[in-house]
Design a protein around this ligand. Structure first.
Ligand code: JFZ
Length: 443
């Protein structure tokens, strides 16, 4: 049956991927860092001696917490040990190519001295801008910065979940201008930022603003050529989010992969995407205690490999402490990931879907820089032999380890387009490892 195309005024602006240099740079990142920092890092999941069950950055919505008491945390925000250069050094060693930082989370507290509200760092005991020095420090390390921005703002009295009355509509019109002012302010004040990562856009009040959000998107892109915006910013005039009523992605990359990863390449519909991930099950802001399963470096590396093998970027979250330092667990995971990246980064940066059939031992990634195929091995079969089925007309010429010259491999053609990769010695790796395949046309 033929699919009827709906005429949309506020749907996708483009079909298919962007192919300019800014987007190519974003696509090549592979690994990113997320930072959730704000007033919620002070209670850190605990209020009057009781532990909050949800994510620490949502504690303001807990029935035990009065909004006034929460908002008074501004008078205690004083991260005297905040050193953006040391954060950037950790990120650099970890091998991240971009960072996404919460300029304003749902609580409305701004980490930059916004002119449009008093609820900012400028009125905390710390007084100073956080975002500016952070952007500068990461820029210096060659790490691109994306600004996270929550449209939903619990502090602003004009925020509405829905618009039901004339008063709601008047208040929300003010709120829309406030949002526009803040976004234009961020782009003007931090022009080296590469993009915006939107959140808090799911409520009816905002979903109904298709025309406003669309024109604001256009305005931001004009102010900041090359700007990268995810699919979580605006809805079309039928209220469809991420994908418009014709199924086309709105924005430059898909933002739906929050703590989950696609299984197969057809799940991503040829779009760019990034996956944002927490270390515990669901804590973005600093939480004093982490409950449940805490992901290991090897699990996180496997998620990274899987994302890049399916054309996505993997973004790992950090929740700094109220004094401005990073927690020990995060520092040690960053170090372990960085040590692995030092050896294996050429399999991650510029990596894309390789077009090979997935095998049980791990993930194939193709490098757009070298044209080589990388096998990222996480599970060695008891046979010790790794199977590879090449796309048609492709032959394997050479296989070798990325870690050091000592680990070498022989590729045996066992059938048409099918190979066994044999390690030349018994391998008992303690870490996931990478085998490089050099390929050519079949004879
Ligand atoms: C949002 C925030 O509420 C949360 O605090 C954190 O900042 C996270 C990165 O983003 O949480 C979401 C947003 C979207 C989905 C799930 C949780 N989603 O689309 O499934």
């Amino acid at each position: 049956p033929e699919k009827k195309i709906i005429q949309l005024q506020h749907g996708a602006h483009r079909l298919g991927r962007r192919n300019d240099a800014d987007m190519a740079r974003w696509r090549a990142y592979g690994l990113g860092q997320f930072i959730h920092w704000g007033l919620y890092s002070i209670p850190a999941g605990e209020w009057n001696g009781k532990m909050y069950n949800g994510a620490a950055e949502w504690i303001r919505t807990w029935k035990e917490v009065s909004p006034q008491a929460y908002d008074s945390l501004i008078y205690r925000f004083n991260p005297t040990k905040f050193n953006p250069d040391s954060w950037a050094a950790v990120a650099k060693q970890m091998g991240v190519k971009y960072v996404t930082i919460t300029t304003k989370h749902h609580d409305g507290f701004c980490l930059w001295p916004s002119k449009f509200t008093d609820f900012t760092v400028a009125n905390s005991p710390y007084k100073k801008d956080i975002i500016g020095p952070l952007v500068k420090a990461y820029d210096k390390q060659g790490i691109d910065v994306i600004l996270y921005f929550s449209v939903m703002d619990w502090h602003n009295p004009d925020w509405r979940y829905d618009i039901k009355t004339r008063d709601d509509s008047i208040a929300f019109n003010r709120f829309k201008q406030f949002t526009r002012n803040q976004l234009l302010e961020l782009l003007t004040q931090y022009p080296s930022a590469k993009g915006l990562w939107f959140d808090g856009t799911w409520d009816k009040s905002w979903v109904k603003q298709a025309a406003f959000a669309d024109s604001l998107e256009t305005e931001m892109r004009k102010l900041h050529p090359g700007l990268i915006i995810g699919s979580r910013f605006r809805a079309d005039e039928y209220g469809k989010r991420h994908f418009d009523s014709n199924g086309n992605l709105m924005g430059d990359y898909e933002q739906g992969w929050e703590r989950k990863i696609p299984e197969k390449i057809t799940d991503v519909h040829g779009n760019d995407w990034d996956c944002v991930m927490t270390i515990p099950e669901n804590q973005w802001g600093y939480a004093k205690t982490w409950q449940g399963h805490i992901k290991t470096a090897d699990e996180l590396l496997e998620m990274l490999a899987k994302c890049v093998s399916l054309d996505g970027n993997f973004v790992l979250n950090f929740g700094p402490k109220p004094d401005g330092t990073l927690r020990a667990e995060e520092l040690s995971l960053a170090k372990a990931i960085g040590d692995w990246m030092t050896v294996n980064k050429e399999a991650i940066y510029n990596g894309e879907y390789a077009g090979f059939i997935k095998q049980d031992w791990g993930y194939f990634i193709k490098s757009t820089a070298s044209n080589k195929i990388y096998m990222l091995v996480f599970n060695i079969p008891v046979s010790g032999v790794l199977r590879v089925a090449t796309p048609s007309h492709m032959a394997i010429r050479k296989a070798y380890g990325l870690d050091n010259a000592a680990s070498n491999y022989t590729s045996e053609e066992i059938g048409s387009s099918t190979y066994f990769i044999h390690p030349n010695q018994q391998i008992t790796p303690k870490k996931p490892f990478v085998i490089v395949l050099e390929t050519g046309e079949e004879a």
